[in-house]
Design a protein around this ligand. Structure first.
Ligand code: ITT
Ligand code: MG
Length: 198
């Protein structure tokens, strides 16, 4: 094992691709301060609406699995509707799986307020027994599906900063610049670089 190895536990390949792009575009360089490694494990996700708690719970399982002394992180991504006071939130995965995008959009039909926010919460176990969390938020609104439906709810979320495009209609690089994931991982990356340069 390389000493600067950092393990990302996710079973979601779309997520992994984005995170690789954001966090470790230069991971192949020998002087990179960390090397990103993926383990595709499906961790338990506790119920509740506290996004940090959910991410930390996931991360504690991850740390127990990879063993002591090994830095590991997870992320959990929520889609929160203003009209529903933050729900579906972390449960969005099950809504997408069980009812599909069209019905999710329909849920908001009776209401004028289609505003939503996407939130990525990273929980990181640093290998020295300390847990850290980093969060990124992108505001937008829920719209009829437009663009490829390859990644979760990408095609029904139109971020405010995207000039009318859904995430699914954006290039990955452009999405990462304004996305909840891009923002959360920018904070995390800064933390890792600060630690490496201490
Ligand atoms: O193994 P993990 O990392 O938990 O991967 P997951 O797919 O279970 O992911 P989450 O628990 O965070 O659930 C988030 C849901 O939202 C979807 N999702 C996450 N990020 C997204 C993004 O940027 N755009 C669209 N959909 C996204 C994802 O496909 C899931 O259905
Ligand atoms: Mg999950």
């Amino acid at each position: 094992m390389a000493t600067n190895e950092i393990i990302f536990i996710t079973g979601n390949e779309n997520k992994l691709k984005e995170v690789q792009m954001i966090l470790a575009p230069d991971a192949s360089q020998t002087n990179a301060s960390f090397v990103l490694v993926n383990r595709a494990l499906d961790l338990d996700e506790v119920q509740g609406v506290d996004l940090e708690e959910i991410a930390l719970h996931k991360c504690k399982q991850a740390a127990a699995i990879v063993g002591p002394g090994r830095p590991v992180f997870v992320e959990d991504t929520a889609l929160c509707f203003d009209e529903f006071n933050g729900l579906p939130g972390a449960y969005i995965k099950w809504f997408v799986k069980s009812m599909g995008l069209a019905k999710i959009v329909k849920m908001l039909e009776p209401f004028e307020n289609k505003d939503a926010q996407a939130v990525t919460t990273i929980a990181y176990a640093d290998g020295e027994g300390t847990y850290h969390t980093f969060q990124g938020i992108t505001r937008g609104r829920i719209v009829d599906s437009r663009g490829p439906t390859t990644f979760g709810w990408d095609s029904i979320f139109e971020p405010l900063e995207a000039q009318g495009a859904t995430y699914a209609e954006m290039h990955k690089k452009a999405k990462n610049l304004i996305s909840q994931r891009g923002r959360a991982f920018a904070k995390f990356k800064q933390h890792l670089l600060d630690q490496a340069n201490r």
